[in-house]
Design a protein around this ligand. Sequence first.
Ligand SMILES: *[C@@H]1O[C@H](CO)[C@@H](O)[C@H](O)[C@H]1NC(C)=O
Ligand SMILES: *[C@@H]1O[C@H](CO)[C@@H](O)[C@H](O)[C@H]1NC(C)=O
Length: 548
Amino acid sequence: MRSVISKMCFCLLLFAMLRSRGCEGLGSEEAYVTLLYGDEFLLGVRVLGKSIRDTGSTRDMVVLVSDGVSDYAKQLLKADGWMVELISLLANPNQVRPQRFWGVYTKLKIFNMTRYKKVVYLDADTIVLKNIDELFKCGKFCANLKHSERLNSGVMVVEPSEAVFKDMMSKVNTLYSYTGGDQGFLNTYYAGFPNAHVFEPNMSLKELNERSEPEMERLSTLYNADVGLYMLANKWMVDEKELKVIHYTLGPLKPWDWWTAWLLKPVDLWQNVREQLEETLPGTGGGRNPNVQFVVKILFVLPLCALFLCYYQSCVKMNKDSLSSCCRISPCDYVRHIFYKFKSGGGLPVYSSVTSSSVANPMQQFANGAHPKVPAYLGGVSVVVCFMAALLSVALASAVVPRQVMPWTGLLLMYEWTFATFFIMFGSYLRVAYIWGKATGGRAGTAFTRSDSAEYNSGKGHQRHESDCDSSVWFYGTGMALLAVMTPSLPCLFGITALFTRLGLMVAGGIVLASFMTYASEHLAIRAFIRGLEERDLPRSRSICLLC
Ligand SMILES: *[C@@H]1O[C@H](CO)[C@@H](O)[C@H](O)[C@H]1NC(C)=O
Ligand SMILES: *[C@@H]1O[C@H](CO)[C@@H](O)[C@H](O)[C@H]1NC(C)=O
């Protein structure tokens, strides 16, 4: 009886062992592998996974994550279909190396993934366009030659082996690395790589089995097409239709940063995959991040609120008279104003106010002594302030806009924040110029009379001057805004994709914008100052919403 039971037990045990063996055999022996050091590249890994599945591959997808990766990121990747494996970082033995290379030797751990027969390693900044399952037929070590004679570790086929891994680990401290990272190490470790034969994906299984497996093989450029090289030549060195893997190598131009879509054409391919990302966790469809979505909404509303508050506050501060004049300034009224002027044959008001009056060259006029009260340096100071305000606005906007939003969202947010900040800063400066003018006028006392200021207006009535003034503010405001919008979109209008031509066009547009800003800032500040001079007797009623 006892022996029967023990026999049965033995059988069961055997069966269980066989089963587990069978399962292992059935399970994938080949896997796509990538590495994730921190949440910054999370979106990259998600897009990579989606692109692999889109090509119809059913191989395992393993992501090796280090301590720097959040639990949320791990959950999301699991939900996306990745197998998440925790690893500890391998310290970089090189003392002299770029800061960002502190953990890159960790990549060598793919040689230790011995439960797989073969792994295809892809960097998180790559994207797969066509099925690359044939890469699993590659030899013990395959990579792509780039930068003359050196292999690139962004796409590799590796046959994991404990012996190789141990050998590598024993040499990590002694072998020279030209980059100070894993790529340099691998180049020294696989010293004969440039002479390796090119991997032939069309080889039949029979041929594969008959040949002796080479130690290393080179992959065609199709498996690791470098965006950096595309950028230089503005085209792929290989047939674009044949491309299989694109590698977004350029340091500051990673495809998940919104601005790269406006600079590099190949990022479109990446963005297309990103838009199709499924909502595997709530709010993550299209590569979105629920937290960032919330921030984006606030960022859209905030500048509008700030502008409205400014406007409202300044209106409330004023007495009834100026309330009506303040509220008269609206784009609508401006358009109506232009329309009436146009109908009465007066041409555009902006031109009449700029050319017919003596304002065309304000500094010259004041230098001639028509307006001795206007400080000679006011124009120069205004230009400096204007450019500082513009720079600060752009800096603030780029600091505030989240990096991984969609390209359009990023662009709109950037414009909104730049314009709002600039408007508030330069508006405040004009207000200062106005108060300054008032103070100067007050000090000068009777030496400066109203008739002097009438001369500045070419004899136009006060009322008239005001409306001209409003329209000149709107003219310069819309002019600057239009130029600022036009400049980055010039390349799109002309259909230019070459990065350097794009940058050249933008620089040209920038010069036009800068000249316009120089003129406008000087003009507006002097107007505000003179307005202050004129109204030195009036109670302090005008406000920044008048801007001049
Ligand atoms: C390599 O793999 C083995 C077995 O999978 C494991 O025990 C070992 O810790 C790994 N080595 C490193 C350095 O990760
Ligand atoms: C490999 O095979 C495909 C079709 O099976 C063919 O289009 C391609 O030209 C072949 N490539 C080489 C290098 O022979």
